[in-house]
Design a protein around this ligand. Structure first.
Ligand SMILES: *[C@@H]1O[C@H](CO)[C@@H](O)[C@H](O)[C@H]1NC(C)=O
Ligand SMILES: *[C@@H]1O[C@H](CO)[C@@H](O)[C@H](O)[C@H]1NC(C)=O
Ligand SMILES: *[C@@H]1O[C@H](CO)[C@@H](O)[C@H](O)[C@H]1NC(C)=O
Ligand SMILES: *[C@@H]1O[C@H](CO)[C@@H](O)[C@H](O)[C@H]1NC(C)=O
Ligand SMILES: *[C@@H]1O[C@H](CO)[C@@H](O)[C@H](O)[C@H]1NC(C)=O
Length: 344
């Protein structure tokens, strides 16, 4: 909340005041024609980047004391750079842009409100508004800014001893324009001699570490398209560790990737023993025996009881006999259940 109030309020105020100033003018040119920006710009992390923005000075009625250029983040309206009264007014600039932005006074007179953004970070990616307020006209343009690492590598790669492995490395070739002077060098961390070296459109392997001889390659055609991945053949245990992919052109950059050795995949996965299905069958099998046995015992007891009733003098009292037959039946049932659950 604090944050929003701090940066949100002045922008609204300044924008409001300027809108009122501008509303007094006769506006004959639509906003989109007055301010022109590219729809997107691809910036490279760590490098400077220009966010182009041009306006029609003639249509705006020249560039005067009350003219202004305000760059904001489109999503939040926070201030990226504010220029009013012929000077920068950066008191409420978002902290992430402090000391990193500039506009050119002289270019403003000529209708160029481009923003120079230095040392781009990943946080700079997003949408930007270039708002221009001239004596007779105001307008804005929206630019989508992307910020990607110049050289990108995954943090690690899994390789298997004896097999070939690709150490991925890509770079933003649009930003540098690959040419014959461009170079790619792969190093193993902490070792001076390269694992692989490429420049002037060919491999230069005089200083290559001997144990990599004949085992490495880069693809010329892929490099033109920003892929400097290294193919490492017949991986050995000594190959484990960190590797650095360096790319040199108009810009340069590097990335670190760790080669992790993993055991070879077993060709035939072990077939798990199959204990469950037979166990269930066995349990069912026992139930088929136990249930009829219990039923036989019960019916036997019933027959016995009936005979006892007929010849009451030869047996216990009926109540006793009933209790006894029940307890016997219960004991049998419990035993049957016990044996079933042990089997299951
Ligand atoms: C930015 O990059 C995207 C994809 O990486 C591409 O389509 C687009 O044309 C690029 N824009 C510019 C201005 O180079
Ligand atoms: C600028 O605006 C004027 C009209 O005010 C128009 O004649 C001229 O062509 C515009 N210039 C550009 C470069 O668009
Ligand atoms: C910006 O630059 C000024 C002067 O060079 C310096 O004193 C200040 O610490 C810098 N601020 C940041 C955030 O880099
Ligand atoms: C490497 O293998 C480990 C486990 O063996 C796995 O967790 C990890 O995701 C793998 N990494 C890659 C880049 O495949
Ligand atoms: C590495 O590069 C290969 C081919 O160039 C690709 O198929 C694979 O997806 C990449 N792997 C990663 C982790 O980027």
């Amino acid at each position: 909340m604090e944050f929003r109030r701090r940066w949100g309020f002045p922008v609204t105020l300044v924008t409001g005041v300027l809108s009122i100033l501008v509303l007094g003018c006769v506006c004959s040119v639509s906003a989109s024609e007055f301010v022109k920006v590219p729809s997107s710009v691809n910036c490279t992390v760590g490098q400077d980047c220009i966010l182009h923005c041009a306006f029609n000075v003639t249509a705006g009625g020249g560039w005067g004391e009350r003219s202004a250029v305000i760059w904001t983040r489109a999503e939040t309206k926070y201030e990226v750079h504010v220029y009013i009264n012929n000077r920068d007014q950066l008191e409420d600039q978002l902290p992430q842009y402090v000391n990193r932005t500039s506009l050119s006074d002289s270019e403003l007179q000529r209708g160029d409100a481009s923003l120079l953004l230095r040392r781009v970070t990943e946080m700079d990616a997003g949408k930007y508004h270039c708002n221009v307020y001239a004596p007779k006209q105001s307008g804005w343009g929206l630019i989508d800014v992307s910020a990607s690492e110049f050289v990108k590598v995954p943090s690690s790669v899994n390789c298997t001893v004896g097999q070939d492995c690709i150490l991925n490395c890509t770079f933003n070739y649009r930003a540098i324009g690959w040419n014959e002077r461009s170079a790619v060098t792969w190093y193993q961390m902490g070792v001076n001699n390269p694992v692989h070296n490429y420049h002037d459109n060919e491999d230069h392997l005089h200083y290559q570490l001997p144990r990599y001889a004949g085992r490495t390659s880069l693809s010329d055609s892929e490099m033109q398209r920003g892929d400097a991945s290294l193919l490492l053949r017949r991986v050995t245990e000594k190959d484990a560790g960190k590797y650095q992919c360096e790319v040199y052109a108009k810009q340069s950059g590097w990335g670190l990737i760790e080669l992790v050795l993993v055991p070879a995949e077993p060709t035939t996965p072990p077939v798990p023993a199959e204990p469950t299905a037979p166990a269930v069958l066995e349990g069912q099998h026992h139930w088929f025996i136990v249930v009829p046995v219990v039923l036989c015992v019960i019916s036997g007891l019933c027959v016995g009881l009936a005979l006892c009733k007929k010849h009451a003098d030869c047996c216990w009292k009926p109540s006793n006999a009933l209790t006894a037959s029940y307890s016997v039946t219960q004991t049998r049932s419990v035993r049957a259940q016990d044996s079933a659950s042990i089997i299951l």
